[in-house]
Each structure stands twice: as structure tokens, then as C-alpha cells.
Design a protein around this ligand. Sequence first.
Ligand SMILES: Cc1cc2nc3c(=O)[nH]c(=O)nc-3n(C[C@H](O)[C@H](O)[C@H](O)COP(=O)(O)O)c2cc1C
Length: 170
Amino acid sequence: MEVWEAIRSRRNVREFTAEPIPGPDLDQILEAARLTPSSRNRQAWDFVVVTDRERLAALAGVWRGAGHVGGAAAAIVIVLPEDADGSSNWLYYDAGQATMSLMVAAAGLGIGTAHAAVEDQALAQEILGYPGGYFSGALISLGYPADRPLAPIRKPNRRPFAEVIHRERW
Ligand SMILES: Cc1cc2nc3c(=O)[nH]c(=O)nc-3n(C[C@H](O)[C@H](O)[C@H](O)COP(=O)(O)O)c2cc1C
């Protein structure tokens, strides 16, 4: 799938088939995350990829909106440092860019993704085993859509183009 098609096809997919994601495809998605630009090129992120069924089921418990992780083929958790040296806003910006980058890469491969917040940080740390001083900034489910394949969305649920785009001045 071309980039423009992948951008238009990405949507939050919360029901997945049981089909596993081939290793090279999962690595390509992770590579897209790794290549993401970041403020001062700090790359202050680590990515924990999970495919183990029991671990995925446990991760579904970190937030009431994370139920989709339990049925996913894989999940990627973006782990961030707590001591973000005063530029923490950019840390979230960077993590958001990595999220979108990996989501578009996944869409390009026909793989659906879904966001989840992480509320229970202690549980996430216990499941994933990262050291102290870090937290889970984002949790992303991945898998093949159970409802319908990814395809460009004809009427996306978004504010109208003319309303959000301001040319030259607001
Ligand atoms: C920062 C962020 C956090 C989100 N958290 C959740 C979540 O916890 N659970 C969930 O099911 N969806 C979550 N979403 C998905 C949004 O609800 C979704 O992206 C939005 O409704 C637009 O739908 P679309 O992605 O299908 O275009 C989150 C999205 C973002 C950007």
C-alpha cells in the first residue's frame, strides 16, 4: 500500500483475527518507530513488543480502554523516562510521532492498530519488567482486522477541511 493510501486507511481497529503477524512485518513496524524524528534527536524511548498471549491478556488490564489488547496479535508499548530534563512536553510529542509512524507503517502492511492509555503504571511495569525511572507512555495493539480489511475511508469522522485549514492567516 502506498503512503497516501495507508494514511487514509488507518483507523482504530479493536477486533482482531487470530492470525499472527509475520516477524519481518513486525520488525518493519518497529523500525518505523525507531526511525521517528525526536526533539534534539534524543530518542528517549524504548519499545517493548509483546506477542505472548498471556502477557497480552494481562496488558489489557492496565486501563479500562485497553480491552482490545487482549485479542491483539501483538502490542507495542512505548516506554519513556520519568526524568525528562525539563522538556517533557516534547517527550510526549516525540512519543506521539512514533505512535503515528508505526501505525501508518502497519496500515501499509494491512495490519490494524489501536491506541490505549496506560493508567495502572505499576501493573504495566510488573508485566513488562522495565526498570524503575520509566513509565509506559503509550500502548498500541496490532493485528489483522476481524471486521473488514483496511481500505481508504471515504467519509472520515473528522472536522471539515475548510474549518480546520487556515491559509496564510486564521
Ligand atoms: C492519545 C490517544 C489515546 C487514546 N486512548 C485510547 C484508549 O485508551 N482506548 C481506545 O480504545 N482508543 C484510544 N484512542 C483512540 C481514539 O479514540 C481514536 O484515535 C479516535 O477516536 C479517532 O478514531 P480513528 O483512530 O479510528 O480514526 C486514543 C487515541 C489517542 C490519540
